[in-house]
Design a binder for this molecule. Structure first.
Ligand SMILES: Cc1ncc(COP(=O)(O)O)c(C=O)c1O
Length: 388
């Protein structure tokens, strides 16, 4: 293709500079200021939760969120295995131990069945990190019921799912604490940043305190606890305010891209596009596809063919329990021995990883460009299929 096609790149709405200019005009370039305050308020009204804290990243939000849920050194924390490392690195920052949980084929997110199994082995985890991967909400009815039975708090990692909903409720409402990321490739960006959402003032105040170096209310600098420098800058928050104005357009564009892919691949029996399941309304941040088991093309064939045509795509997240850095962590698979034999895999997320590819889902793509990408993928698949 003449133009380079990105996987998912920043897409400004037009009003971002107005808020940045305002910060410059009032000299509130740093540290905090009106944009931060307003961005938090605007997120609260969009999500429908009373408290929000703007932070330097989604990872920072998970770190402070876990601390606030009471996670301590050597605690067990259940976490989706099929995710990006930002979901679980903060568990390690605290010195707690992740136990990774498999996905199911319905949502590709945490399997309620595997979660139940995990409780048989680890009856008292300190928290559960549940991820809404690629903008697909996890199965909260089941997951929340299981967590409630065992009195375990949930940290909802909505880094990728801003604008998605489950049973009519925005993601970001399902965790005792929920987080978002505004990293450069997300559905809206602040160039880098995150947001933590919660329901009670005590949590909000504690997060704010830790995020600003745990400074005690004394006239001089007094510290009784270790703190962090995790707040978002007023300039980044200005970008976020401008971006929030176009969030609903971006969700509509991502969903449109997904629907075009669905149409383009409907007659190709070797590739399946991830769909919404009943009750879920994903934002389809990335359109995720899996190649069927009888497809001769591998995900790397697709990625390399697209790259040769100037198009960026990406493998699925490699499950965390397969990462060398987490090699000593336990993992709970959803599959029994019979299912392992049938699928040829030890777990659902390994199976999905081995066949998955994230297709370019950049909201700046035209409809023709999405169709052109699909055509390259279809051709790559059929070319391989016709080889002996
Ligand atoms: C699922 C998931 N969790 C956590 C993060 C971490 O967010 P950040 O990059 O803002 O630290 C990301 C993305 O980057 C993510 O995709």
């Amino acid at each position: 293709m003449d133009k380079h096609i990105y996987l998912s790149s920043p897409h400004m709405g037009g009003e971002e500079m107005k808020y940045i200019q305002e910060a410059f005009d009032t000299n509130w370039v740093a540290p905090l200021g009106k944009n931060v305050e307003m961005f938090e308020k605007e997120m609260c009204s969009y999500i429908g939760r009373p408290y929000a804290v703007a932070l330097s990243s989604g990872t920072a939000a998970i770190h402070l969120g876990l601390m606030c849920l009471g996670v301590k050194r050597d605690d067990i924390v259940f976490c989706s295995s099929f995710t990006f490392s930002g979901s679980c690195n903060p568990i390690a920052y605290i010195g707690a131990k992740p136990v990774f949980i498999d996905s199911d084929y319905k949502s590709f997110n945490m399997s309620p069945e595997a979660l139940r199994k995990a409780y048989e082995k680890y009856p008292e985890p300190a928290a559960i990190v549940v991820v809404n991967l690629y903008g697909q909400p996890a199965e909260y009815d089941e997951i929340k019921a299981i967590a409630k039975e065992h009195n375990t708090p949930i940290l909802e990692d909505s880094a990728e799912s801003l604008g998605a909903s489950y049973k009519g409720i925005q993601t970001g409402n399902f965790g005792d604490i929920s987080i978002f990321s505004f990293n450069g490739n997300k559905i809206i960006t602040t160039s880098g940043g995150g947001m933590l959402m919660c329901n009670d003032e005590a949590t909000y105040k504690k997060i704010m305190f830790w995020a600003t170096q745990a400074r005690e209310p004394f006239p001089w600098y007094q510290h009784n606890e270790i703190g962090y420098n995790y707040r978002m800058s007023n300039i980044c928050a200005g970008i976020g305010r401008g971006q929030l104005k176009v969030l609903s357009d971006r969700v509509a564009q991502k969903r449109k891209i997904h629907s075009i892919y669905l149409e383009c691949f409907k007659d190709n029996p070797f590739i399946e596009i991830e769909r919404e399941y009943e009750g879920a309304e994903p934002n389809f941040w990335l359109t995720f596809a899996t190649l069927t088991k009888n497809c001769k093309a591998t995900f790397m064939d697709i990625i390399q063919t697209l790259a040769a045509e100037n198009v960026e795509s990406r493998p699925a997240w490699k499950p965390m329990h397969l990462q060398p850095v987490f090699a000593d962590c336990d993992f709970i698979t959803q599959l029994d021995d019979k299912q392992k034999k049938e699928t040829g895999y030890e777990s659902v997320c390994e199976d999905i990883f081995s066949r998955g590819v994230c297709l370019p889902s950049d909201t700046k793509m035209t409809e023709e460009e999405v169709r052109a990408v699909a055509k390259i993928v279809n051709k790559a698949i059929y070319d391989k299929q016709s080889q002996r």
